[in-house]
Write a protein that binds this ligand. Sequence first.
Ligand code: SP5
Ligand code: ZN
Length: 342
Amino acid sequence: MKTIFSADHLLHQSPGELIFGEFLPAFEKPERAELVLGRVKEVGLGEIRPPESFPVSAITRVHAPGLVALLQSAQAEWEGLGRTGAAYPYTWMSRGMREDRVPAGLDGRLAYYSFDCGTPITKTSWQAIKSSVDVALSGVALLNSGERGAFSLCRPPGHHAGADHYGGYCFLNNAAIAAQKLLDDGAKRVAILDVDYHHGNGTQQIFYRRDDVLLVSLHGHPDQEYPYLLGWEDEIGAGAGEGFNLNFPLRWGTAWPEWSAALEAGLKRITAYGADAVVVSLGVDTYKDDPISHFLLEHEHFTQMGARIASLRKPVLFVMEGGYAVAEIGINAVNVLTGFEG
Ligand code: SP5
Ligand code: ZN
């Protein structure tokens, strides 16, 4: 399997995040992608290629132009206000506030478009964010050229980013942009299988009212786990999208037997849907030693996960999302890919 990778990811380095009242070093750090790349080389997975550059219009197929503009200019505006460091939001949109009006000022736009304080924008973040999207879209090009699987080693990740909001270490939704591109290039139906430990709230929001993208997400239960405000099982889609969103919220302590049973149910739904292609939001923060998660998957389970995904017999684009036990992230991510290849 070919891997698409860009060293531009190094241009995004979070200075830290506020977690449970403490400002901590970022969990989402550059070593993550480097370790996965190292493992790809170690096992000889296949050729590693840089991405092609795609126009921003591929991004605005799913994201608001105002969000894209903010990601590009936030840090310069921040400095223009005499501040140092990365741009963080200070307040957030809440019920009863003006959703219909985007504020003109920087702090207002950060408040309008973001939903957490773990996702700072640095001086060079935009280039990393854009390249991460290009990595995903270049993976789509590989599928279009006839490959049965491709690995987009994206960083920063994407599945928490919605049409007009960013957070959860995610700025733009690489997997959603890739799914939309597959449709624009001729696919009739695309399934997204989100196996990251966290709910793919951004992906769900983007496609909630649509039947041309089916989302299946396995994740920590919102009663216990980030992002807390979406991901329950009664979210089944709306309007034309009713029946095309399938959530499997799982409790802390979930191990392979229960996790894989949910995966089987999700795969069954994807088969019934008749997807032309599948995008896997590949987070490996379900690993038992992940520092911010509470599932119990072990190395060999990632291999089995890949084999089960292969049983769909569909073209699959793997898009890297989360996974924070840095020493192990390469093994787990690449196990999914080698398991897929059989
Ligand atoms: C892409 C992705 O996996 N984003 C995850 C974002 C999670 N952000 C907040 C996590 C806070 C959870 N608890 C920290 C426990 C520290 N011991
Ligand atoms: Zn995650």
